[in-house]
Design a protein around this ligand. Structure first.
Ligand SMILES: Nc1nc2c(ncn2[C@@H]2O[C@H](COP(=O)(O)OP(=O)(O)OP(=O)(O)O)[C@@H](O)[C@H]2O)c(=O)[nH]1
Ligand SMILES: [Mg+2]
Ligand SMILES: [Zn+2]
Length: 299
């Protein structure tokens, strides 16, 4: 048998099973490879196989989050777009979209909000509300995995070669959207619990899929904790969604945190009613969270 020792082969990680990864090589060949030791690798990463070894190549466009225990988790790599999926049922946790948009902007990804289940009657109000709050910050898509409405806009936004990940709480329909976009795909989808209104964490493995018109989409397991990672207070102050218009005229101080500073453009907009009290409170809560996480890490 011929050995390919010494001959390096480059590929893309298309699935992560914990103890093994699925890799697609340039030739189109897809292989499941065991991880011989704990290794930093996520879906979307470029890897190099040399003999038995697998090396993760340096990456960019990595989306990371802090889970409820404060641990940093990588979601996916080499992304261009972050698509936060929401639905009228189940509702997303308070602040989830804010965190997603901030994470995307800091990682230099284009933020999208995909409002799924637009076949449900409550969806129109949700879409209107989110457009009001996030219209300046993100691209909003109004779709239904069930009826197929609006799905073409997802493919068009990623064509010919952009990569996105679906993130969102369990049950909003991330896997259903992928199944609807790719007729040959058959990802498991779950039921919503009638009592709690929550999804049941059906997807446990992140997987990457190529769309018919080009572009790629990563399905991820649902999560509720989207703690910011490597976001400074100043970055949050610059990137919080909904402050765009107020900040066209910058604050007096360049490092303004929009709390009590004189000459603050955000506080002026709050005063005049252009920014809602609730939005400023959401900002302050996220700032506090982030400063706590920084302290816990000893910064
Ligand atoms: N009415 C309606 N229901 C939908 C739609 N899309 C998905 N669902 C339902 O929502 C439930 C959850 O769908 P999934 O695709 O499993 O959700 P998920 O976001 O992948 O959930 P996790 O894998 O647990 O993170 C299923 O019962 C789907 O049938 C839609 O467009 N309209
Ligand atoms: Mg799923
Ligand atoms: Zn300010």
């Amino acid at each position: 048998m011929m050995s390919d020792e010494g001959h390096a082969q480059e590929g893309t990680v298309i699935a992560h099973y914990g103890i093994a990864v699925g890799v697609r090589f340039g030739s189109g060949e897809e292989v499941r490879l065991p991880l011989r030791r704990p290794q930093k690798v996520v879906v979307g990463d470029r890897v190099e196989r040399k003999g038995e070894g697998l090396r993760t190549l340096p990456s960019s466009g990595v989306l990371r989050r802090r889970d409820r225990h404060g641990r940093v988790r990588s979601v996916a790599a080499h992304l261009d777009v972050l698509a936060v999926v929401v639905a009228p049922i189940p509702e997303s946790p308070l602040g989830f979209i804010d965190r997603g948009i901030v994470a995307a902007r800091v990682a230099e990804l284009e933020p999208w909000i995909v409002v799924n289940k637009n076949d449900l009657s409550e969806a129109a109000d949700l879409f209107e509300e989110l457009t009001r709050l996030y219209g300046e910050a993100a691209r909003l898509l109004f779709v239904s995995a069930q009826s197929g409405d609006g799905l073409a806009s997802i493919g068009e936004g990623l064509s010919p070669a952009r990569r996105s990940a679906f993130v969102g709480t369990s049950g909003v329909g991330k896997s259903s959207l992928l199944n609807a976009l790719l007729p040959d795909l058959d990802l498991d989808v779950g039921e919503i619990n009638e009592v709690s209104g929550l999804g049941r964490h059906i997807t446990s493995v992140a997987t990457l899929h190529t769309l018919p018109g080009g572009g790629e989409l990563i399905d991820t397991p649902g999560f509720r904790d989207f703690g910011p990672v490597a976001v400074s207070s100043r970055e949050l102050a610059a990137h919080f969604p909904g402050f765009e218009e107020a900040l066209i005229q910058p604050c007096h101080f360049r490092d303004c945190l929009h709390l009590t500073e004189p000459g603050c453009a955000v506080l002026a907009a709050l005063e005049s009613g252009d920014i809602e009290t609730q939005r400023h409170e959401a900002y302050r809560a996220l700032l506090t969270d982030l400063q706590r996480a920084e302290e816990a890490e000893g910064h």
